[in-house]
Design a protein around this ligand. Sequence first.
Ligand code: ZN
Length: 385
Amino acid sequence: MPLLRNARLVLPDAVVDNGRLGVDGEWITAIGADDDGDAVPHAETLDLAGHWVVPGFVDMHVHGGGGASYTGGQPDQAHRAFEFHRTHGTTTSIASTVATAVDELERVVCGLSELVEDGLLTGIHLEGPFISAARCGAHDPALLRTPEAGVLRRLLDQGRGAIRMVTVAPELDGGVRAVRQLVDAGVIAALGHTDASYEQARAAIDAGVTVATHLFNAMRGLHHRDPGPVVAALESDEVTVELINDGLHLHDAVARMVFRAAGPHRVALITDSLSTTGAGDGDYRLGPLAVRVVDGVARLVDSDTIAGSTLTMDAALRRAVTVGGIPIEQACRAASTTPAKVLGLGHLVGSLAVGKRADLVVLDADLRVAAVMVAGHWVSRPRWL
Ligand SMILES: [Zn+2]
């Protein structure tokens, strides 16, 4: 029953300096200021020496990391990718696929769904093949297709409830119908990799879209006479917008503008990270495509297109605060609370509160990860703690 004291606790709407947090088993059982007095004896009291304690990060869009990938559905690869991101503070992950032939995607979904049942992953996000060739980014245009009801049904059946989100370009034939099919099946419909007009995006949101997949990236741009999906998403209270906040995919001023326009309760920081993350520069595969990483930037070998990211959630949070000027409690909301809520997990994870699972990250004064706790157990912990 550890008691963390002398911590800077980041709560959903406030920071508590000289805070303390009690853990019993898997759960957070007490939160307060150090001078509140301690009614409950704790077996182990740990002095955090003024370090930040923030909720474990929830990454709702990640393809891999640490040299391993989720996109093939192999358990050993998935465990390595998960463990890599966990050292960077991600305690809840949705595994994202890439566009591939439907038979192959069924096999991937089947493999990943077993990892969801085992509790390693929280769900699967199908990114492709139901996306626009005009905005395919790092997905192979030859493998894209329209979202026919039967194909979508087959994939959802194969997932046995593990598919939590599907990205669709709503302007495709059957796109809006597919949004309705997803919503009826209890799956999050995300709009992305899309060339939709503002009106087409609005129709998709009216049909049930609640997430915009990496806002701005791989979608029609924002123009004052052609506002496109960006404005449709930003002005819709029911839509949460994903941001790849690495300073490459978005200018820091744009990320700041999105926090102001949507509010942190509608922004989800994601990594969209590939196996290349944390594995150094070199040549890699993203599904069927060849990717080269130079100076930490992943691009398709055959073009100049940025291919996913080499971002980790701690780096996304750090950049939001130190470069973007976003208050830390807002940045933590976007890294944990908001994605947890979108995924229907807000009762369990995503914030530091009594009754929530003790998933937390200890950050130093420079917002670098010092320790990670999952369900009350330290998975990494420095000697001083
Ligand atoms: Zn992605």
